[in-house]
Ligand binder design. Structure first.
Ligand code: ADP
Ligand code: MG
Length: 256
């Protein structure tokens, strides 16, 4: 069953066809990577799905519901979470308070942080922080955390919203390879147990090939390939857009 269906989506900026007739589905519980060279149109796709950019044409269906044109807040309310690209945490608040805020917001209880409702959510916030390995830092201010730890808190914040689909545009940007692997492994383990679907972009092919259930490849606004790691690795069209003819992923990796 599809959680998200994209049908013939288009968006131009001036003369640039950033997204040029893209269609794909994300299945329930699927961990789907959207890859492609810089400027391929990945972020434009994400921003149309989350409501930040209005498509020129095409459809975005969340389950049965057409969501194109809905503002970001409403898309979020429909269960589309998004994380890591924007600073999702408040630096001056503690780790636990950040997650509590998200829980309160999800429950639509717009009281202050010090209300009874907020205290009720503390236990749930700590439970979520335990799952991302950050419970010990619950009462520290987010500004004191290392970069990779902030990302773990952001993940807890995203999960507090109980999304059915999580969008992650370059979640591991700025992280070292070992940290990248750990973060994506953590995301995957937590979404699998919740049945959440994930659509993500990622520069590291090692990470994509290790974790994605399926990979779709965008080049110049068009989908050029769709398959598992092996099919994508061996796809000549994919190799061409990434590396020019004659090179393979292995050789490109050595050069990186
Ligand atoms: P990717 O995320 O795959 O690197 P983008 O979706 O950011 O690609 O960009 C796709 C194309 O659209 C690029 O040519 C980019 O320069 C252009 N583009 C993206 N956003 C804008 C914008 N707001 N205004 C003008 N051009 C844009
Ligand atoms: Mg991008």
């Amino acid at each position: 069953m599809s959680v998200l269906s994209i049908r013939n989506l288009r968006k131009s900026f001036g003369g640039v066809h950033a997204v040029d007739g893209v269609s794909f589905d994300v299945d329930k519980g699927e961990f789907l990577a959207l890859i492609g060279p810089n400027g391929a149109g990945k972020s434009t796709c994400f921003n149309m799905i989350n409501g930040q950019i209005m498509p020129d044409s095409g459809d975005i269906l969340l389950g049965e519901r057409r969501i194109n044109g809905l503002p970001p807040r409403k898309v979020w309310r429909q269960g589309v979470g998004r994380t890591f690209q924007i600073a999702a945490t408040f630096a001056s608040m503690t780790v636990a308070e950040n997650v509590q805020m998200a829980l309160i917001s999800h429950a639509d209880e717009l009281f202050s942080m010090f209300s009874v409702a907020a205290r009720r959510h503390r236990e749930r916030a700590i439970a979520l922080l335990e799952q991302v390995g950050m419970a010990a830092a619950a009462d520290r201010a987010c500004r004191e955390l290392a970069y990779g730890d902030v990302k773990r808190v952001e993940l807890a914040v995203a999960l507090a919203n109980e999304p059915r689909l999580l969008l992650m545009d370059e979640p591991t940007a700025g992280m070292a390879p070992k940290e990248r692997n750990e973060l994506i492994a953590l995301v995957k383990s937590l979404v699998v147990e919740r049945g959440i679907s994930v659509l993500f972009t990622e520069h590291s092919m090692d990470v994509v090939f290790a974790f994605a259930d399926r990979i779709i490849v965008l080049a110049r606004g068009r989908l050029i390939a769709d398959g598992d790691a092996r099919a994508i690795r061996e796809n000549p069209k994919v190799q061409e857009v990434y590396f020019g003819t004659g090179k393979t992923f292995e050789r490109a990796k050595e050069g990186a």
